[in-house]
Design a protein around this ligand. Structure first.
Ligand SMILES: [Fe+2]
Length: 252
């Protein structure tokens, strides 16, 4: 059996203190490399994410009525994800997907986005494509796979009546169930071309009524609890008279 040869640092006569310093220096260098790689990786993610934000801004330039909507849905989605106990990295992705949830509207004609009255069937068919278009836009980013699914399914409903896939219950990814609640609430409390904003209490009551029906009950409970904790979190809400159609078209 071949005798094992000790590294030079541990051979007889080697200075143990010097050997320890060399090993320690090598270890520190390795840690610095690992930190560099991690930093580069994070910079890369940030750059990609900022590019996507540019797209979100492009959408808001095209569809003025959704201005600010994306930011509010993103921020609320992240807060709810944290409240539900999702890990911080997962909560970040839910927040980012919330920010980008309507990015697919870039592929919807402006005449449809800006229409001031209810959409007809053909226009609805175009509008209903936006979750799929959005998912296609972000799908090349492999690290954002969970976000891609969240965007694709943000208009699914708990009872299976949503789109694009008619998923129901827990088959809908949790991120999409979270973004759905934040999206419906924000749409209700914002003026839209086809209806005026609801006040905060009416919107919270609507969301609460949908718990367990079209919206996830646990997500709604977390959302309402957070809204009660931070009443100043939605400063855009004004007490405007609601239009009769508000309950039929909550969010496009
Ligand atoms: Fe949407």
């Amino acid at each position: 059996m071949a005798a094992r040869v000790a590294p030079a640092a541990f051979q007889a006569g080697a200075d143990p203190a010097a050997a320890y310093r060399r090993l320690s220096a090598a270890y520190q260098q390795t840690l610095r490399y690992a930190e560099d790689v991690k930093r580069l990786y994070q910079q890369l993610h940030r750059s990609i994410y900022q590019s996507l934000l540019g797209l979100a801004n492009a959408l808001e330039a095209k569809d003025a009525y959704t201005r600010g909507h994306s930011e509010r849905v993103g921020a609320a989605s992240r807060r709810v994800a944290v409240a539900l106990g999702l890990q911080s990295q997962e909560a970040d992705i839910v927040g980012q997907a919330g920010l980008l949830h309507d990015i697919g509207k870039i592929g919807v004609p402006e005449a449809v986005l800006r229409k001031r009255v209810e959409l007809d069937d053909d226009e609805w068919a175009l509008m209903r494509k936006h979750p799929l278009i959005g998912a296609q836009i972000v799908s090349p980013f492999e690290f954002f796979a969970v976000g891609t699914l969240t965007i694709r399914h943000h208009h699914e409903r708990l009872d299976g009546s949503g789109y694009p896939d008619g998923l129901a219950g827990e088959a809908i990814p949790i991120g999409a169930r979270i973004v759905a609640v934040a999206d419906v609430y924000d749409a209700l409390t914002s003026d839209r071309p086809y209806r005026a904003a609801l006040d905060r209490e009416a919107a919270l009551a609507y969301v609460a009524r949908q718990a367990g029906r079209t919206l996830d009950g646990r997500v709604v409970a977390a959302f309402v609890a957070l809204a009660r904790e931070t009443p100043s979190a939605d400063p855009h809400v004004g007490a405007r008279p609601a239009l009769a159609a508000w309950h039929t078209t909550t969010s496009r």
